[in-house]
Design a protein around this ligand. Structure first.
Ligand SMILES: [Zn+2]
Length: 172
């Protein structure tokens, strides 16, 4: 009896043997019941594996969620996004420039208005000493009022510090 062909049977089922080996296996199987049994068991095993593989249920949402993740990753690294970023920046710059061009004629009047306000303020500032000297005891009342305000503020600050979550009496 020729050598058994068990080690070739798997490849035989999968059609992975050379013609010579196929011939050898077929000739052997005609005479060897042991190898025929092995072939049958191997076929059964492969069918079961195939059947199990076919019946594995891949959750429907799995594929979509994987694709979503891949898509999100692509979006993150997509050069088009950088392009969109720069385009957006450019458009924003153009819009700002256009708005500045539209506003520019009015800027002169706005600047003149600000200048007028500033000069009025400056004039008022210069009249303060004149007003102060014109009103009797003005300076005295000003300093007196300021002292009262500061004293009241200090007292409130003192009370505020005392009412804190910690006893600050030791600090004061
Ligand atoms: Zn055999």
């Amino acid at each position: 009896m020729a050598e058994h062909v068990k080690e070739l049977l798997s490849a035989y089922i999968d059609n992975e043997l050379t013609e010579d080996d196929v011939h050898r296996v077929r000739e052997h199987l005609k005479t060897c019941e042991e190898c025929r049994d092995s072939l049958y068991e191997l076929q059964l095993l492969k069918e079961n594996i195939y059947y199990a593989y076919e019946n594995v249920e891949v959750p429907v949402h799995l594929e979509t969620s994987i694709m979503d993740k891949i898509y999100a990753l692509e979006q993150e690294t997509n050069p088009r996004n950088y392009f969109a970023f720069w385009i957006t920046g450019f458009v924003a710059m153009v819009l700002l420039a256009g708005m500045a061009a539209l506003v520019a004629p009015f800027m002169y009047f706005i600047a003149r208005f600000i200048y007028k306000l500033a000069s009025i303020g400056f004039k008022i500032w210069h009249t303060v000493p004149i007003v102060m000297s014109a009103i009797p005891y003005f300076t005295f009342m000003l300093y007196g009022g300021a002292f009262v305000v500061i004293a009241i503020s200090a007292w409130f600050l003192y009370r505020l510090l005392l009412s804190g979550p910690y006893d600050r009496r030791e600090l004061l």
